[in-house]
Design a binder for this molecule. Structure first.
Ligand code: HEC
Length: 148
């Protein structure tokens, strides 16, 4: 083996070991929220709605289209919260549910702000940025698990 081949082999081995180490360390230490398989599906559907909703609120606000902001935000507000199955609400840890609720109230507030004839898109964008801190902190704190 030439010196060059040796160096390549060593580099490859080094990279392999590093990757293995980082995979081994990737243990999910976030708090578990135990739900039934159906309840987990409902939460994940809500999440995808949250993602789509925040993208649309962002885009419509940038276009100063406050009517569309209201139309996007309203269904994600209190109605969606009210329609959640009672058992699911009971299975959520209180601090998890509190963040979840705050997010729905946030969308309801965005809908209210956008309804006004003097609605200011900057105010909506600021509100959305604050709400996204909730997405970030909840995702950093919790994971969903299916109870048997
Ligand atoms: C109350 C806590 C909480 C809040 C607030 C929250 N999420 Fe989530 N979200 C979760 C959890 C828990 C998961 C599942 C993560 C896991 O189990 O690894 C999740 C998963 C997701 C997923 C993946 C969905 C899928 O199909 O797998 C998306 C997308 C998502 N969230 C978007 C958002 C967005 C956008 C926001 C803010 C507007 C948000 N979430 C706010 C807790 C939250």
């Amino acid at each position: 083996m030439t010196k060059r081949q040796q160096r390549t082999l060593l580099t490859t081995l080094f990279i392999m070991v590093c990757t293995m180490a980082s995979t081994a360390q990737a243990v999910d230490t976030r708090k578990a929220v135990w739900l039934t398989a159906d309840e987990r599906e409902v939460v994940l559907i809500e999440m995808r709605n949250f993602l789509r909703g925040s993208q649309q609120v962002l885009e419509h606000s940038l276009n100063e289209d406050m009517k569309m902001v209201e139309r996007t935000a309203k269904p994600l507000g209190l109605k969606m919260l009210k329609n959640l199955p009672k058992e699911l609400k009971e299975d959520m840890p209180p601090s998890f549910f509190a963040m979840f609720k705050t997010l729905h109230y946030g969308f309801a507030e965005i809908a209210d702000i956008s309804k006004s004839p003097t609605a200011n898109s900057k105010v909506v964008l600021q509100k959305l940025a604050n709400m996204q801190k909730l997405c970030v902190s909840c995702h950093a704190t919790y994971q969903l698990k299916v109870k048997k």
